[in-house]
Design a protein around this ligand. Structure first.
Ligand SMILES: Cc1cc2nc3c(=O)[nH]c(=O)nc-3n(C[C@H](O)[C@H](O)[C@H](O)COP(=O)(O)O)c2cc1C
Length: 343
């Protein structure tokens, strides 16, 4: 158990926000695998203030607790106003997180996301403003800096802590690196020991070993599962279990992956309606067999041919019949050299 401000968090595996992926249906599906803390995807402060339908939808998340609403913006005044409105719309919000790491040009142009890191004082002022308006904890999600030549994460952390932030998530890449290459865990070695609030680390967590290594190097309080969890919900269970008991659970069988894939489809249909869920599902479904040796042609079929529940089930049941007892071997990383499989 650890504390995010006044909030008790039970577990080390945190579910990272990913726009376009981690909707409330996805988060509800992931929760029982051992998610200790969830976030909504990033939500525009101005969207909340101007009552945009879509952004409004983001502040509601049913009974999946603890969940934080992640805000983005650049002005302490508007972002804190948005937090106040969000709290009125949903008094059950457990905490707010401020996105200070998004590298997408559309966001940067508004001086939000990782553009904020160029102005550490503003980062602190945003946290201060939100904390003065709401009673729930406030965290921030940052990167190492704007570029390899401008790595000022320590300055930003100092400002955030002096503003009484309740936790900080660090994704040890720079804005210019976006999501590629290896995160620089070496640059945040022992960082938690230098901090007065909990550190959450994020970046290339695809395997239990990645989580162990990231936690060991940074000495962080918790670890965030993002891309590596899409199609691999059991990664969260492996991380959760390891940090509770030291046990290394084996990877799941393909038959389990098939069941979970269909379970997620049900969650998505409930959330988004049949048509939209099926359209989106062509991205999710192949990831459930990404670590399956000789599954390349099945992945193709799931991405291209699964147009409805019938065709999705047909492909998945075929996979289960042929290799259901095999265990997923390399989570999330598709072997480029794998020969196409046809059977
Ligand atoms: C498609 C996509 C969307 C993302 N959206 C958000 C977001 O809305 N808010 C945020 O703080 N981070 C976002 N992230 C960053 C992730 O939360 C995570 O920090 C990052 O992907 C590094 O972790 P990973 O390498 O394990 O995926 C996004 C990442 C991806 C790939």
């Amino acid at each position: 158990m650890w504390k995010l401000g006044s909030l008790n968090v039970d577990g080390k595996a945190v579910l990272g926000p990913m726009s376009g992926f981690t909707s409330s249906g996805y988060r509800d599906f992931m929760k029982p695998f051992g998610v200790a803390l969830s976030y909504t995807v990033m939500t525009s402060d101005l969207g909340i203030i101007h009552n945009h339908e879509k952004t409004n939808e983001y502040v509601h998340f049913g009974d999946n607790h603890p969940t934080g609403v992640q805000l983005y913006g650049s002005d302490p005044e508007t972002i804190s106003k948005a937090a106040t409105i969000a709290m009125e719309l949903n008094p059950d919000i457990d905490f707010f997180d401020v996105n200070m790491g998004c590298p997408v040009p559309k966001i940067i142009r508004t001086n939000s996301g990782s553009a904020l890191m160029r102005d550490p004082k503003r980062c602190g002022n945003i946290i201060r403003a939100i904390k003065s308006k709401v009673d729930v904890p406030v965290s921030a999600k940052i990167r190492l800096g704007w570029s390899l030549n401008e790595m000022n994460f320590r300055d930003v952390i100092d400002e955030l802590q002096s503003a009484d932030v309740d936790a900080i998530c660090v994704h040890p890449r720079t804005r210019s690196e976006a999501y590629s290459g290896s995160p620089h865990y070496d640059l945040i070695e022992g960082l938690q020991d230098e901090m007065s609030v909990p550190l959450i680390v994020s970046g290339n967590i695809y395997l239990l070993e990645d989580a162990i290594s990231a936690m060991r190097t940074s000495r962080a309080t918790a670890v965030m599962v993002a891309r590596g969890g899409v199609g691999n919900p059991y990664l969260v269970t492996q991380i959760d279990r390891y940090f509770r008991t030291g046990e290394r659970l084996p990877n799941p069988k393909i038959s389990q992956q098939v069941d979970w894939c269909l379970e997620l489809a049900d969650f998505m249909i409930k959330e988004k309606g049949y048509e939209e869920a099926m359209r989106k599902f062509r991205i999710y479904a192949p990831k459930f067999i990404a670590g399956c040796h000789k599954c390349r042609s099945y992945r193709y079929d799931l991405a291209v041919k699964s147009k409805d529940m019938e065709s999705l089930k047909e492909i998945l049941y075929d996979i289960r019949d042929k290799m259901g007892d095999m265990r997923i071997n390399t989570y999330g990383r598709i072997d480029q050299d794998e020969p196409p499989h046809s059977s």
